[in-house]
Every structure is written in C-alpha cells, then in structure tokens.
Design a protein around this ligand. Structure first.
Ligand code: GLU
Length: 432
C-alpha cells in the first residue's frame, strides 16, 4: 500500500490552518528532517503528522465567590501503535491546542526512544493554577478528569504530572476516574503519592535522567563534570533536581533563571539553600547569596553546560548565537527551535534533545504503572538502577545512529523512535 495524504492533498488539519502552526509546526519540521532516513517505513510517515485523536473539553467550575468560570481543556492522543497513550497534563494560562499536539507527538517519540511500551499523549488546561484556591484547583482537576474520562484508562491513555501539576493533582485525577468507574484504578495515572500506588524515585526521575544522559554525553566530548559551570532555566521538579545531582557531582551551578527572575554566582550557588528558598518563596527571586541579572543576560552567561528546564521555544535564532555552553541538555520539552538547532550545530554546541534527555520521568512512570498492575512495589535502589540502565542504553543507541548518519542527536533520536513506531504501525496494519 503506498502512502498518500488524503484525496484532497490536505497536509495541515483544518483546525490549525494558519501561517504560524506554533509548536506543532516545529514538530512537523523535525519529522521532515527524519523521513529520508526511514527507508521503506517512510511510506507510513504521514501517520506521524496527524494526531490519532483530539478531545477539546469545556471545564466549568464554581469559584469560591459563587460565580462559574469556564476553562478550556485538551487531551491529545498522538499515536497508540506501540501501546496506550502516555504523557503528562499541564496547567498553564498559555496552553494551546497546537502546543498540546506537539507535546503529545514528542511523547510518542520519547516513549519509543527509550522503548517503553507506550504511544504518546498529552493534556492541558488553559488556566493559571496560581490564581485558584485549593478548592477551586481540586474542582477544576476533577471536572477536567471527568470530561477526558471517556478516552483515558490504564490500558487506554495514562496521564502524569507536567508543568504546574503534581502528586496531589494525580491523586484527585485517580480518585475522580475511580469514582466514575466504580472501582479503585491506581494505574490510570502515574506520578501519584506513594501511599496511593506511586513509585519511589518518580519525583526525581526526570532530573536523574537529565543528569545520567548529561554525564554520559560529557565523557564523549571530554567534558569533566567536576568543576564544570552550569546554567539552569527553570528550577522546578526537573531543573531543581538536575542542579542538585550535578552539583553533588562537583559542578558549579552558576546561574538560575525562573519565572521570578535570574540569579548568578560565579563560584556556584548553594543548591540545597536555593531549593529551600524556592520551596518557601515559589521562585529563585530574592535569594540572598547571589547577584541579580537582567533576564536576557542569562543567555550570555559563561558556562559549560546549559539546561533549559522550563517551557518551549526558549532557544531561538535570536539567542542561539550567544550561548557559550559546549553542551545543552533539554530538561524541558521543545525548548529549542529548528533554526536554533542549525545555529548550534554550526557552532559545534552539542544538544541532548528532550526526547531522550528528559525521558527519565516517563521511564519511571512506566515502572509505576507496572508496579500498580502487579501490586508489588520495588525498592528505590532497584528503580534507580533500572532507570540508569535504560537511559544509558538508549543514549548509546542514539549516539551510534548520530555518528553513523552524521546527524544531530535530535534527528538520530527521531530516526530510532520513528522506525519503532512505524514498524509497529506496519505490523498492525490498517483497519479495516
Ligand atoms: N510530563 C513528563 C514528560 O513530559 C512525564 C510524562 C509521563 O510520565 O507520562 O515526559
């Protein structure tokens, strides 16, 4: 069967038709770069350019003042050829459909890259959770979960934490789904609290994966972690943990930027003190033992490693030429645009792409899901050892493909992942 678009030649879904496709447009460019390396499987490539299923929901809740507010929610299942959909849920005022589509597709690539038996999915609600009371946040989470309840499930699609969502939100999601089903279903979400079927090591897993892949790559380019200088953007669950692990390995965390501002200390920030400051103040702003930098100056900081661990499209054609790091480890999803990728490649800056570098979170989500199914829980040592093993093996495979084809690590990861997805697609065949 030869691959076609559709009878009318439409390549872009009508719901996104615009000159600027946003993050989805970036993802499409990344896929296009890989198609020449897919051999015969390229005939199925159109599958990768269309999400399997998109659900847009209205999320009305009663606010504490008695009025009703409506929020827009999404769940996108990009691909389920290799297994159920899997990916986080984010709460952010700037969430868009294009963004959730791209994030769901990056989950398909990521899950295939580390070879966990999932497709890709993502969800989001266009809301700033900081403006909601705890009661409002719970009602919003529960109504959203109930609305997407028709397409999620332990064997269908398994949400998890992402930007501005955490263990408590996963507990409410698990409870809401379970109430609607009439039975406790722990495996419907991962990233849950330990007492509700959560896994040891899950909270640190993304940061630990960032560190593991970063340390592996550093050996390939002769960069010593001990004594290296690191700048980190985003100091939440990913950036904060990665900073802690790198500083424990002897690196100096010289600059940190988050939504509250940018701080700098040439001899390295006191990471445990900074983590404690962020836990109480919600941001790095106001941390006493540091200089304050203008936000844009962050990109000029003298460092060996840069870790973007916040939101998409931070490293662009406008600042890629200024970055002084030798290596960029993408803790965030989609932080680098394709134009910036080209500039960095030209400048010999090694980019460890999101789809492998931040895959530690979903890898331990997979362990959590397996533990929930068997109701048998593993030790933290076992979880961390398995995580490190999977990350190292996946990274070695991607490194080899990058050398072989003389392509970037992003393109190499896409090659490995797209082949796995499309091979599964081909084996399953087209129904009916
Ligand atoms: N939100 C995380 C990510 O972007 C984790 C997803 C998961 O555990 O399902 O990879």
């Amino acid at each position: 069967m030869s691959q076609v678009l559709n009878p009318y030649g439409h390549t872009i879904p009508s719901y996104l038709e615009s000159d600027n496709l946003g993050p989805w447009g970036i993802y499409l460019q990344q896929v296009d770069r890989v198609i020449p390396y897919l051999g015969d499987l390229a005939r199925w490539a159109e599958t990768l350019k269309r999400p399997k299923r998109i659900l847009v929901v209205d999320v009305p809740i009663q606010l504490d003042n008695g009025t009703v507010a409506h929020f827009e929610g999404y769940r996108v299942q990009h691909n389920t050829s290799r297994g159920p959909g899997k990916g986080g849920v984010r709460f952010h005022q700037d969430v868009t459909l294009s963004e959730v589509m791209a994030l769901s597709a990056w989950m398909s690539i990521k899950n295939a890259a580390v070879n966990v038996p999932y497709g890709g999915a993502k969800g989001g609600v266009r809301v700033d959770p900081k403006t909601l009371s705890r009661g409002e946040l719970e009602r919003m989470t529960r109504r959203y979960t109930s609305e997407i309840g028709i397409i999620i499930g332990p064997n269908k699609d398994i949400p998890a934490p992402d930007v501005n969502t955490n263990e408590q939100i996963m507990a409410w999601m698990m409870d809401t789904y379970s109430m609607n089903e009439g039975s406790t279903s722990t495996g419907v979400v991962t990233g849950k609290p330990l007492d509700l079927g959560g896994s040891l090591g899950r909270r640190e897993a993304t940061g630990r994966g960032v560190f593991t892949v970063g340390a592996e790559a550093a050996t390939h380019i002769g960069l010593e972690i001990d004594g290296s200088k690191i700048a980190v953007q985003g100091f939440g669950n990913v950036g904060g943990i990665a900073a802690r692990l790198f500083s424990q390995a002897g690196a100096l965390i010289v600059a940190v930027q988050d939504h509250g501002g940018t701080i700098y200390r040439e001899n390295g920030l006191d990471v445990p003190a900074l983590l404690a400051h962020v836990a109480t103040h919600g941001s790095v702003a106001g941390f006493p033992q540091a200089e304050v930098l203008a936000d844009d100056v962050f990109w000029d900081v003298d460092c060996d490693i840069l870790i973007p661990a916040a939101l998409e499209q931070q490293i662009t054609a406008a600042n890629a030429g200024r970055i002084r790091a030798r290596m960029i480890i993408e803790g965030a999803n989609g932080p680098t645009t394709p134009q910036a990728d080209d500039i960095l490649k030209e400048r010999n800056v090694l980019v460890l792409p999101d789809v492998i570098a931040n895959a530690g979170g979903v890898t331990v989500s997979y362990f959590e899901w397996v533990q929930d199914f068997s109701s048998y829980f593993w030790s933290e040592e076992e979880i961390n050892a398995r995580l490190v093993h999977i990350m190292k093996e996946a990274f070695a495979g991607v490194w080899h493909v990058a050398q072989h084809h003389k392509v970037s690590l992003r393109t190499a990861t896409f090659i490995v992942a797209c082949k796995r997805i499309l091979h599964a697609r081909e084996l399953r065949g087209l129904y009916p």
